[in-house]
Design a protein around this ligand. Structure first.
Ligand SMILES: Cc1cc2nc3c(=O)[nH]c(=O)nc-3n(C[C@H](O)[C@H](O)[C@H](O)COP(=O)(O)O)c2cc1C
Length: 204
């Protein structure tokens, strides 16, 4: 069965380390048979969440929801600003709650930033878990500028290997047996201080 993987870049700036990290993930996924990759890089077009507005009334939100619904697994890269997840990607994820499209879906999170984005990743794990997503893995990349060339492309061998491992996990996450998937989710949520009561059942 083909695995459809959606890559979501939560950074808006052009020279984004998180986008560069997703490029590595996407390039590796493209080498794996039976995987289709989609990329959502329109977070900047998503307005502030307003429960009074229907999701389908905003084209960028409608597109985000459709592409999440079509994906087997989602990879989200979010920047960390001032000790927390960047607001634009948190806002984009708030639009998904009502539709429930992330419920029971495997998600892999990463953050490239000065400290490795531990707060951004934990915020992602928390907000994704609260809407029923299964965060099965994550990666922090500290000091991304020291691990890349002048154009921001990652060159550090250890970082490239970590990103390839993350891609391999994303490619198989939706096909893991339920127990194996939940084991990963328990590890990720525990690290982020999210209670086990937030872990949604694996869809049958
Ligand atoms: C206003 C501002 C606040 C930041 N705060 C943090 C922070 O709290 N922790 C951290 O690790 N990095 C922080 N950074 C560094 C960013 O995480 C880093 O620039 C990262 O590369 C941003 O992601 P991007 O390159 O994908 O846009 C901050 C950067 C800016 C501009």
């Amino acid at each position: 069965m083909v695995q459809r993987i959606l890559l979501v870049c939560g950074s808006l700036q052009r020279a984004s380390a998180n986008r560069r990290a997703l490029e590595v993930v996407g390039a590796h996924l493209a080498t794996i048979g039976g995987v289709e990759v989609d990329e959502f890089d329109e977070v900047a077009a998503i307005p502030g969440f307003n429960p009074d507005v229907g999701e389908t009334a905003v084209p960028a939100v409608g597109s985000f929801l459709e592409r999440i619904a079509a994906a087997d697994t989602v990879v989200i890269a979010g920047p960390e600003y001032a000790g927390a997840l960047g607001g634009a990607i948190k806002n984009a994820l708030d639009w998904v709650v009502g539709a429930g499209h992330l419920s029971g879906k495997p998600v892999v999170v990463l953050s490239a930033g000065t400290t490795g984005g531990v707060n951004a990743r934990f915020d992602l794990i928390r907000t994704l878990s609260w809407q029923g997503a299964h965060v099965v893995g994550g990666l922090g990349i500290a000091g991304p500028r020291t691990k890349s060339d002048a154009d921001g492309r990652f060159t550090d061998p250890a970082t490239l290997a970590d990103l390839r491992d993350l891609a391999a996990l994303a490619a198989t996450a939706a096909t893991l047996p339920g127990e194996a998937r939940l084991e990963l989710v328990v590890q990720m949520t525990a690290a982020a201080g999210v209670g086990t009561e937030r872990i949604a059942p694996v869809p049958t």
